[in-house]
Design a protein around this ligand. Sequence first.
Ligand SMILES: Cc1cc2nc3c(=O)[nH]c(=O)nc-3n(C[C@H](O)[C@H](O)[C@H](O)COP(=O)(O)OP(=O)(O)OC[C@H]3O[C@@H](n4cnc5c(N)ncnc54)[C@H](O)[C@@H]3O)c2cc1C
Length: 397
Amino acid sequence: MNTTTTPNAFEGSDKARDFIARLDEFIQQELHPMAQEHGIDHDHSPSKELLQQVWKRSQAKGFYGMTLPEPMGGAGFSVHDHALVKEFIYASGTPFAPHILGELTGPPRLGALVRQSTPAQMQRFILPVARAEKAVCFAITEPDAGSDAGALQTSAVQQGDNFVLNGTKKFISGSPFCDFAVIIASTSEDPAVRETTAFFVERNRPGFSIEGGYKTMAGQSHTANIVLKDCVIPASNQIGERGKGLGLALGRITVNRLLHCPAMLGLAQLALQDSLDYARQRQQFGKPIGAFQAIQHMLADMATELAAARALMLSVARSLDLGIDARAQASMAKLYCSETAFRIADRAVQIHGGEGIVQGRRVEFLFRMLRMYRILTGTSEIQRNTIAKELLQATGR
Ligand SMILES: Cc1cc2nc3c(=O)[nH]c(=O)nc-3n(C[C@H](O)[C@H](O)[C@H](O)COP(=O)(O)OP(=O)(O)OC[C@H]3O[C@@H](n4cnc5c(N)ncnc54)[C@H](O)[C@@H]3O)c2cc1C
């Protein structure tokens, strides 16, 4: 593993170690040269055609479907192994990191949908994503429904054998290159009653449009809005039961929250590695800046906090593998890893001095990227709410 802070012994299963060794080869021999040839870095997005190549190659090598159920080609990894695989991918520094397992638009997005889909939906939506032929995005957030996801307003009104959808979905990852979206819409006729249902909505349906026009601070343009104007879909596109939309979307929220941590910590490892390299190489006052105690202490704090965050992540992963209800612990991990990773990136910029704030330096990108994780998939405040709620309920029992 590309870090100076973790012991050399691999903490996962033999299967995960072999998987990571093959991933390493794929990244070094195919993805790094591909990124170089096409001028792709963390700030320059690949085209959809190039991404399709990455998805297809990853699928052919058996990586893309890792998170699928085993009968569909999944690796059957524990949450612990899954976290180690993801950490490795992000710590490799490839700008294709979110595309190897298909986190933005591939199999990890399918989650509970695999179990909820009808045989026809399996053929039209699920299997094409598993085969890396189609891309999916997942749309809950709206202009007036962010942390309070249940307040969503996008409506799905049944008319005979169809539903008519109207509304706007905001900040949808992967929507610029999706082939269809999973839309969580309100099927309630009474605005005071919250009833949400999930639907597959194909991008080529009249009334479906993707509106960009903004770029997040992470650089690459992965995020846009989906606007639905009198978009008609067959009732057979409904996923699961009516009224179970948000439940379906948030069903694996505990595991999903935990599985954001390895991405942040993989990137934080890069920030630490770059800082160590710079501290050894940059000379001031006749010596490497790494000779100054102020720099040494920053490096020591970065490594210590990274080790603590990593230990928390792996311990929560083990609890989840044991079937323990680790809702509060997963929120603690998401909160602590995101806040820690950002502090590490901030110190990395400081160690790089003026170079650290120049666009094109990796630490400058890492600082922006790691800032985002304090907001994505439940802000730090929402994680604290979840932790406090669980604590107060537990002491009242
Ligand atoms: C890059 C990116 C990608 C995203 N991808 C997706 C996606 O693929 N699909 C999708 O559906 N959504 C996606 N989102 C949306 C994301 O989940 C929301 O941005 C997030 O949940 C926060 O909602 P909000 O931005 O509306 O903030 P708000 O909810 O408006 O929050 C504003 C502030 O108020 C605080 N706050 C809100 N409620 C409370 C409370 N009860 N207690 C204390 N503080 C509170 C928040 O913590 C925050 O500090 C994405 C967002 C970004 C930026």
